[in-house]
Ligand binder design. Sequence first.
Ligand SMILES: NC(=O)c1ccc[n+]([C@@H]2O[C@H](COP(=O)([O-])OP(=O)(O)OC[C@H]3O[C@@H](n4cnc5c(N)ncnc54)[C@H](OP(=O)(O)O)[C@@H]3O)[C@@H](O)[C@H]2O)c1
Length: 312
Amino acid sequence: MQTVRLGRTGLDVSVAGLGCGGHSRLGMAKGRDVHHAADIVKYALDLGITLIDTARAYGTEEAVGIGVKGRRDQVVVSTKAWVGRGGEMMSAAQMAESLDGSLKRLGMDHVDLFFLHGVTPDQYPHARDVLVPELKRLRTAGKLRFIAISEQFGGDTSHKMLGQALPDDLFDVAMVGFNLLNPSARERVFPLTQKHDVGTLIMFAVRESLSHPDKLRAVVAELLDRGEVDPKLVDRNRPLLFLRNAPGSPSLMEAAYRFCRYEPGAQVVLTGTGDPEHLRDNVESILGPKLPRDVLERLGAMFGKVDSVSGN
Ligand SMILES: NC(=O)c1ccc[n+]([C@@H]2O[C@H](COP(=O)([O-])OP(=O)(O)OC[C@H]3O[C@@H](n4cnc5c(N)ncnc54)[C@H](OP(=O)(O)O)[C@@H]3O)[C@@H](O)[C@H]2O)c1
């Protein structure tokens, strides 16, 4: 496994991270039980993954706790709490309670990274003014090591929230949406994370659009219909078929993970799955070589300016 320094946290972590949320939630979204989910976590550790990302909202904290038992000191564990839901903001006391609940479900006395989860541009001022001071207090109390923030990429595809938050320099780690269909973090986020030495976890590397060909066609059709990509460069029916002619003929998924892995500023690429074979393949992809320059140039010409889709 290759490792990387996670920004100013100084933590040395695997370049592949296990995401315990997304559409799979370690298989629990498809009806698998907590023991199956915990086995995925154990398998991730066996493969050399040392960063595991969960959240209160995913319902996978207990599985993570079971999965890392006995190996806690080998792994960086992150969890998260929403900043608000349905217009109601989380108070500082509720945030502290949420972290206590997470620690209980994880069976741990602290987490390494604690994320404010899916923060929208509207929520950010509350996060900054009310919740960050509370997180600093919880850090002093030893319940978390580093304060982190994730964006709501599904709705904030052009990174408005992180554009506000990163210059404030309050966060040690940011979770960023980035993929070959919307690489806008390259200009909007990574220069800021690099300037402030903020660690980055990449989400949405594949999601649904790059794991299901019909969903890919639908997203590409949307972009073509809105005039956001050039029809002379993007084939509506088979937009990424040209990958087959690249050296090693990477699959769509493999290309999608390798695309993220080598982006300057991208540190850990998260992969979310409930299937051990997918996990093994995805780790192999993330550890594969950089995509050839002509492939990257072609993807750049096709989607380099897109900032309106998440690939969800
Ligand atoms: N705002 C936030 O904080 C936020 C939002 C979203 C995600 N996240 C984090 O980011 C992590 C990564 O999530 P993501 O959804 O972006 O993950 P992803 O790796 O981009 O996509 C995962 C999806 O692709 C499928 N898949 C994975 N490997 C596959 C393979 N080899 N072949 C076919 N299908 C495959 C999975 O289904 P299978 O189970 O069938 O493999 C799953 O539906 C999450 O788990 C979570 O930890 C955070």
